[in-house]
Write a protein that binds this ligand. Structure first.
Ligand SMILES: NC(=O)c1ccc[n+]([C@@H]2O[C@H](COP(=O)([O-])OP(=O)(O)OC[C@H]3O[C@@H](n4cnc5c(N)ncnc54)[C@H](O)[C@@H]3O)[C@@H](O)[C@H]2O)c1
Length: 319
């Protein structure tokens, strides 16, 4: 492409310091170095983890930083040694190295107003162009709709994988899902695909119940409707407690008798994500219901407001 080897100027959402809302800026994105790939991001979801970066909840994140990690795009150019993709390929960036704030060689490809800007998870998808290591990318089918499968980079795969891979939910089993955001609803999709017979959705926001039922929850309850601890309620409902419990709220003070560790790290993502995309294209499951809002990238602030108000499950931003 004509831009290969050159610095690209483009839009990005920079978080200048912890606690400050992302600000749309013009940034310079340097060309990819050895074993790196520069990607034109087409669509990116907003995940609660991005809000944790905005709020400054991660102690080892340096600012200014470009967050975003649930994206999909097209390869613009590749650095020396890259063999897994070529310009024009459709790709999903992968969360490979938790909370890594610079590229593997400890430098940044982003600058803005003369300052170095940090990366997030090596992929920073809140930028129209972004650079990532070749380990952090999965090539997907060129027919895949990027505005839909961008969720596979984080929220959907985390939740679905927690049910299918981590917990290995068995047919006929009972499951409780605490928190019915994008990740919790993806757990429900996974539990249903695994053949669970009782899928109990738990959230303090009852507006989430209709979507949870649509995706496979057999019952939905709010802890605020009960005086007793919710684990006792679950024992009463099921006679003995549930076989699998998933904590998908993201609050350390949540009262739970069982925990399921939710992580993408158990997946061989480079293989798993393209397979999930193929399964989606073959209509083995439908994740479109998770996308409640679509906004142009400039309206990222509105997207975060929708997350805070509990009105959105996933808001997808389009460049
Ligand atoms: N790989 C990973 O480990 C990974 C990936 C994605 C997200 N996450 C984390 O998972 C968590 C969920 O992400 P999300 O995008 O679905 O968030 P979200 O904010 O959209 O959903 C959280 C849900 O929990 C509900 N909730 C809040 N307090 C509650 C309570 N006391 N009892 C019951 N429900 C309650 C909220 O109403 C909301 O529906 C976040 O903390 C996020 O950082 C982890």
């Amino acid at each position: 492409m004509a831009t290969a080897g050159k610095v690209i100027k483009c839009r990005a959402a920079v978080i200048w310091e912890a606690g400050k809302a992302p600000s749309i800026e013009e940034v310079e994105v340097a060309p990819p170095r050895s074993h790196e790939i520069r990607v034109k991001i087409v669509a990116t979801g907003i995940c609660r983890t991005d809000d944790h970066v905005v709020k400054g909840f991660f102690p080892n994140i340096n600012y200014p930083v470009i967050a975003g990690h649930e994206g999909a795009g097209i390869v613009e150019s590749v650095g020396p040694g890259v063999t897994c993709v070529k310009p024009g390929d459709k790709v999903i960036p992968l969360i490979y190295k938790p909370l890594q704030n610079l590229m593997p060689d400890k430098t940044s490809r982003f600058t803005c107003r003369g300052k170095q800007i940090h990366h997030f998870l090596w992929i920073s998808t809140f930028s129209e162009y972004t650079v990532m290591p070749d380990a952090s990318i999965a090539k997907i089918s060129n027919d895949a709709p990027l505005d839909k499968v961008c969720l596979f980079g984080c929220g959907f795969s985390t939740g679905y994988g927690a049910a299918i891979n981590n917990a290995k939910v068995e047919p006929g089993s009972s499951c409780a899902i605490f928190g019915l955001g994008g990740v919790g609803l993806s757990v429900i999709i996974g539990c249903k695909a695994a053949g669970a017979s009782r899928i109990i959705g738990i959230d303090i926001n009852k507006d989430k119940f209709a979507k949870a039922r649509e995706l496979g929850a057999t019952e939905c309850i709010s802890p605020e409707d009960f005086k007793k601890p919710i684990n006792e309620v679950l024992v009463e409902m099921t006679g003995f407690g549930v076989d699998y419990a998933f904590e998908v709220i993201g609050r350390v003070d949540t009262e739970l008798s069982q925990h399921a560790f939710i992580s993408l790290l158990g997946w061989k993502l480079k293989d798993a994500i393209p397979k999930l995309v193929s399964d989606y294209m073959e209509k083995k499951f439908n994740t479109d219901a998770l996308i409640t809002h679509v906004l142009p990238f400039e309206k990222i602030g509105e997207g975060f407001e929708l997350l805070y108000s509990g009105k959105s499950i996933r808001c997808v931003l389009l460049f």
